[in-house]
Each structure stands twice: as structure tokens, then as C-alpha cells.
Write a protein that binds this ligand. Structure first.
Ligand SMILES: NC(=O)c1ccc[n+]([C@@H]2O[C@H](COP(=O)([O-])OP(=O)(O)OC[C@H]3O[C@@H](n4cnc5c(N)ncnc54)[C@H](OP(=O)(O)O)[C@@H]3O)[C@@H](O)[C@H]2O)c1
Length: 415
């Protein structure tokens, strides 16, 4: 029996996850691990890179129910970076639920997550299986950033913030082919389905069933605007749309500790001055061209063909050059008091994502009885709680603090 199978280990994020999990936990015997995917040749290449004969290879193509069943039966936990999940992961989720196997993944595909919550959540609860999605840059920095800020606000002011704004602050994210493909999958799903489009664009589309409507308005930012609280321009951040929905879901799952009028929005810092404003407007324009196109016909289809291809992503050198990443958070309480928080990762966004998924999986595997939840579909924060935050800080994956980034010694040292 394996402890963890990294499914999708041949992909861009999966390879990073396999390397991290091996270096941190499999090579020293902490866990027994296998890597899985559809291509034996590609898996052997990753295996050679790991250099650990104790890691096994399992063949499992996406959407193959029998192969998924074999994998789920052979391990305690599946850690998946196969994507798009909407295309390939249904059978694996089914197999995990059927065989009592826990499951963590990177998926942030809103239409697929919605489908899973609506059709599989009760089955997972009944089977005692824990499923934790969005375990990467979306959405761990944001979910825990908000928690960090709220805990500090309550302890300092005796009240929670009823408004928090988060911003991706520093760092560079090259859009990898798998993320592009998954984003395209969401766009295809909504292109000719008005009800699905409405659902996905609803800021509360990931909330528990029956708690999607009737919440305070909180639209996604659509243009570059000046933000007085951050004293600079802010711009739309596509990943932020997923992150914000996860924060709202987590708040609802935790039974609205910050009040039913709590709103969270997420964007990206864009700097000051005319040049930065124009740069942000140009970037927003090009991103809009892609996200508003209909990928199933004409110009939209042509535009999609120009995007990065599945399996592609920045080289190891480029990831290192992309450098650390960070988020900043600004909160305001009902009585008008304000507070700031940050999170900083010394890792680049891609390696950081893989490390976050691996540490989430290790919390589920090694500390299952101490988790906040034992079964069903949860976000990392609502499933695991404080333990994950402590773990990722201890392993230099992501640290959180109160104040500005200039208060973070590691951030300052990295400049
Ligand atoms: N939450 C986050 O922060 C975050 C960050 C990054 C990525 N992601 C998501 O993670 C997913 C993977 O991203 P990525 O950049 O690693 O993508 P990728 O490089 O294209 O890798 C996709 C993986 O899925 C596998 N796959 C594709 N079709 C398959 C099939 N039919 N059967 C079995 N496996 C199949 C690929 O196998 P082959 O190698 O054999 O093609 C590969 O291992 C995407 O959905 C992306 O959106 C999330």
C-alpha cells in the first residue's frame, strides 16, 4: 500500500510535485510513494530524475475508470495535478470515494468544482473520504491570508473586518499550458450555456448549495482603477477570481464567522504613475481578449490556438528567475479600523504551488485525526486549519504576517 500517489507526475506541476514530495518525504522513508500518469516513457523520465528506486510507477490515463480504481485501491491518498480536471478526473474522484482513499488536487475549474460539490459531496461524506481541492497558489495564500488578517483584527480591535481586499503583489507567473487549457475548458463550458455562464460568473458560485444567492454584491474587478488603501493602481487578476470564490466558500463553510455582510475581492497591484497605468491597461486588454472570446468558434478558436500548449511551462532557470511571490491584504472593520497583512513565498509561483499541494497532502495523510474535517469536499483552510499554515511556514514554502511586506524580514532580504 502506498501512502501517496502523485497522479499527473509527468505534467508541468506534477513533475515539480514529484520532485518536492520525493526530496522532502519519500527519499528519507517518511512516506511510500508512487508516481502515476498515462505515459510510461514520460513517467520513467521523471523517475530517473528522482533517482529513488523505492518510488514506483503506475500507469493510469485520465477518464479510465478501471485504471483509477487500481490506483485508488493501492494508496491512502491521491495527489492529483492531472488537468483539465473536468475532462480527466471524474473517474479518479469516483474511485477514491468508492475505495476510501483521500484526494487532494490543484483544480480551480469553477464549473467542475460546482459539479463535484453538487453530485459527489454527500457520497464523500458517507464514505468518510476527505477531498481537498485548490491546494496551490490558488487558493492557499489567499485563504490563509484572510484568516491571518481576521484573527489579528479580532485580537487587536475585538471585531472582524467586514471588508478585505487582497492583491497579488510581487512575483511573476508565466501561464503554463495546463492552466491555459483548464481555463479554456471553463470557457468552453460556458460559451454556449447561458445558465452555466451565470453560475460561473456569480461571485458566490462555489458557496455551499442554497447559499449562492442573497449575499452582498462583490463583483470581480474588470478594469484598472486607483485604490486609495493600497495607494496605487490595481488591476484584474484572473487567478484572483477563483481565490475570491474560495474565500467566500470557506467563510460560508465555517458558518460566516465574519458576518453575513463580509466581502472579499482580489486583484493585482499595478504600481503608480502613468506608465504603470498604461502597462496594466494593456495587460488587462490582452487578458480580456482571451477570456471574453468564445473558444468554440471563429476568432476565439484562433486566439486559443495561440496560447501555451498542454505540458508546457517555464524552464527551471526561468522559474528561478521569476523569483519569490507575495500577496498583500487590507481589511476594514465595521467601525472603520484598518489593518494589513501579507504572505510571502521564497519559492516561485510554480514550485510554490507544487510544494503547497504536497504539504496539504502530508497534513491529510499524517495528521488525519487532528484535522478540522474528516470527510467531504473542503478547501485547504476549512479542512486542515492552522496546522497547514504552521507547516508551510516551517518548511519555507509560505509565511504570513501582519503589516506591510516591508515588515517581512525574508521579503526585505530577498530584494
Ligand atoms: N491551484 C493552482 O495553484 C494551480 C497551479 C498550477 C496549475 N494548476 C492546475 O493544475 C493542472 C495541471 O497543470 P499543469 O501546468 O501541470 O498541466 P500540464 O503540464 O498540461 O499537465 C497535465 C497533466 O495531466 C496529464 N493528463 C492530460 N491528459 C491526460 C489524460 N487523458 N490522462 C491522464 N493524464 C492526463 C498530463 O499527462 P501527460 O504528461 O501524459 O500529457 C500531465 O501529467 C491544471 O488543471 C492547472 O489548471 C493549478
Amino acid at each position: 500500500m502506498y501512502d501517496i500517489v502523485i497522479w499527473g507526475a509527468t505534467g508541468f506541476s506534477g513533475r515539480q510535485a514529484a520532485i518536492y514530495m520525493n526530496n522532502m518525504y519519500a527519499s528519507n522513508g517518511t512516506i511510500k510513494m508512487a508516481i502515476a500518469g498515462r505515459s510510461k516513457g514520460k513517467l520513467e523520465k521523471v523517475h530517473a530524475e528522482l533517482g529513488n528506486p523505492d518510488v514506483d510507477i503506475l500507469i493510469c490515463a485520465g477518464a479510465d475508470a478501471e485504471a483509477a480504481e487500481r490506483v485508488a485501491k493501492a494508496t491512502k491518498l491521491v495527489c492529483s495535478s492531472v488537468g483539465p480536471a473536468a475532462k480527466y478526473s471524474n473517474e479518479m474522484v469516483d474511485a477514491c470515494i468508492k475505495n476510501g482513499t483521500d484526494y487532494c488536487d490543484l483544480s480551480g475549474e469553477i464549473h467542475w468544482l460546482r459539479k463535484m460539490y453538487d453530485t459527489k459531496a454527500q457520497e464523500a461524506v458517507d464514505a468518510g473520504v476527505l477531498v481537498v481541492n485548490v491546494c496551490g497558489l490558488d487558493s492557499i495564500p489567499t485563504e490563509y491570508g484572510v484568516k491571518t488578517l481576521q484573527e489579528a483584527a479580532f485580537s487587536k480591535y475585538g471585531e472582524y473586518c467586514n471588508e478585505i481586499k487582497g492583491c497579488f503583489a510581487d512575483g511573476h507567473i508565466d501561464v503554463a499550458g495546463g492552466s491555459f487549457e483548464s481555463g479554456k475548458g471553463v470557457m468552453e463550458a460556458i460559451a454556449n450555456d447561458a445558465a452555466m455562464a451565470d453560475m460561473v460568473s456569480n461571485p458566490y458560485s462555489l458557496n455551499p448549495k442554497g447559499q449562492i444567492e442573497g449575499n452582498p454584491p462583490c463583483p470581480d474587478l474588470e478594469s484598472v482603477v486607483y485604490d486609495n488603501d493600497f495607494s496605487q493602481y490595481i488591476m484584474p487578476f484572473p487567478v484572483g477570481q477563483i481565490n475570491a470564490r474560495v474565500v467566500r466558500r470557506a467563510h460560508a463553510l465555517d458558518n460566516y464567522p465574519y458576518g453575513k455582510d463580509f466581502i472579499y475581492s482580489e486583484s493585482k497591484l499595478a504600481g503608480n504613475g502613468l506608465i504603470n497605468k498604461i502597462k496594466a491597461q494593456l495587460e488587462t486588454f490582452f487578458v480580456d481578449l482571451f477570456v471574453s472570446a468564445n473558444p468554440t468558434k471563429g476568432v476565439g478558436k484562433m486566439l486559443m490556438s495561440l496560447g501555451p500548449k498542454e505540458g508546457s511551462g517555464p524552464s527551471d532557470e526561468k522559474m528561478t528567475k521569476n523569483g519569490p511571490y507575495s500577496f498583500v491584504f487590507f481589511g476594514r472593520t465595521p467601525s472603520g479600523k484598518t489593518l494589513r497583512a501579507y504572505c510571502y513565498s521564497p519559492l516561485d509561483a510554480h514550485r510554490g504551488t507544487a510544494a503547497l499541494m504536497c504539504e496539504t497532502a502530508i497534513c491529510v495523510l499524517k495528521h488525519r485525526q487532528q484535522l478540522k474535517q474528516q470527510s467531504g469536499f473542503w478547501t485547504p483552510g476549512t479542512a486542515i486549519g492552522e496546522m497547514l499554515k504552521e507547516r508551510i511556514a516551517e518548511h519555507n514554502v509560505l509565511e504570513f504576517g501582519i503589516g506591510d511586506l516591508s515588515d517581512c524580514a525574508d521579503y526585505v532580504a530577498s530584494m
